[in-house]
Design a protein around this ligand. Sequence first.
Ligand code: SF4
Length: 349
Amino acid sequence: MLTRNMTKAVRTNTSASSAKQQTAAVLKQKGQQIVKAECDHDVIRSEILGKQHHRSTKLKTAVSQAHQTQTRPTEETGNIQVKPRRKSIKVEYDSTAGSRDKELQDRNNPKKSRWEPQDWIKQLDNIREMRKSKDAPVDQMGAGKCFDPRAAPQVIRYQVLISLMLSSQTKDEVTAAAMKKLQAHGLSVENIVQTEDKTLGELIYPVGFWKSKVKYMKQCSEILQQQYNGDIPDNVTDLVKLPGIGPKMAHLTMAIAWNTVSGIGVDTHVHRIANRLRWMKRETKTPEETRVGLEDWLPRDLWSEINWLLVGFGQQVCQPVYPRCSDCLNRDICPSANLQKTKSPSKGR
Ligand code: SF4
C-alpha cells in the first residue's frame, strides 16, 4: 500500500514537475520575446537619441561658433541653420539715464582716474589765440552786453535774465535790437507786468518763437514780482522753475547776473564744438548731456570762460555747416578737421 502510494506520489510529482517545466519554457520564450522587443526598442531609441544628440551637439557647436564669431545666429553653419527660438524683445528705456548715473558714480569715486580728452589744453590755447581779437557777435551783443549798466542792480539782473530768454534760437544781433526797444519802453518787472501782450510782441519781434517768449516774459515777471520782490532767484534750482528758463540760461544767469559759477552754459555752439573736438567720452545728443560730460573733466576755473570762448569761436570759425578748418589753428589736432563741408578760404568771415 505504502509502495503504491509512493508510486502515485512520484507520478503526481513527475507530472507536476513536467507542467512546471512546460510553464517555465513558455515563460522563458515569452521573456525572450519581451527582452528582444525591449532590446529592439532600446536599439531604436538609442539610435534616435544618438541622432538627436548628434544633431544637438552640432546645433550647440554652431551656436557657440556663431557667438564666438559674433555672427548672426541665422547664419548657415554646415547643414544646420541656426535660428533664434523666438524674436528678441526690444526694451525701450532712457538711454541717457544709465550713463548719467554712471558719470555721477565716477565723479563721486576719488579712486577713479580722471578721463580727459587728448590735446584739449593745446586746442583750448589755440581757441584763445583765435578769439583774442574779441570781434565775434557775442563779444558785442551777447547777454553780458545787453543790460543797461546805469540801472539798479536788481533791474540789471532782470535784464540779463530777459536777454538770455530772448537769445534762445535767435541771432545776437536780433536779440540786441529787441533789448534796445524793450529798454526804451522800460524793461523792469513792474513795467513788463503792466504791458499788453500785443505791445510786447511788437517790441521783441522778430526774435525766434516770439509769441511763446511774450507769454514767458509775462508769466516770469509776475512770479518775480509776487515771490522775489522784483528780483531774480539767486540759484539754479529756482531759476529753472521760471517759465522759459532752462539749465543753460540758468547757469549763464548765475554767471552774468550774480557773478557765480554754478555750471557750464552749453548752447548749440558749445555742444557742437565739444563733440567735434571729441571733448566728450562718447558723442552726446543734447546740450544738457554735453554740459554733464564737460563738467566731469573740465577744471572748474574754466567753466565761466568756456561758454564765451566757444560761442565766439563757433560764430566765426567752427561754424555749424561750413567750419573754416583751413583757417583753424586746430586743423592738425582736431579729429573732425576737414570731415565736414568746408568753405573756401578765399571767402571772408
Ligand atoms: S579744425 Fe575744423 S572742425 Fe576742428 S575745431 Fe577747427 S574749424 Fe572746427
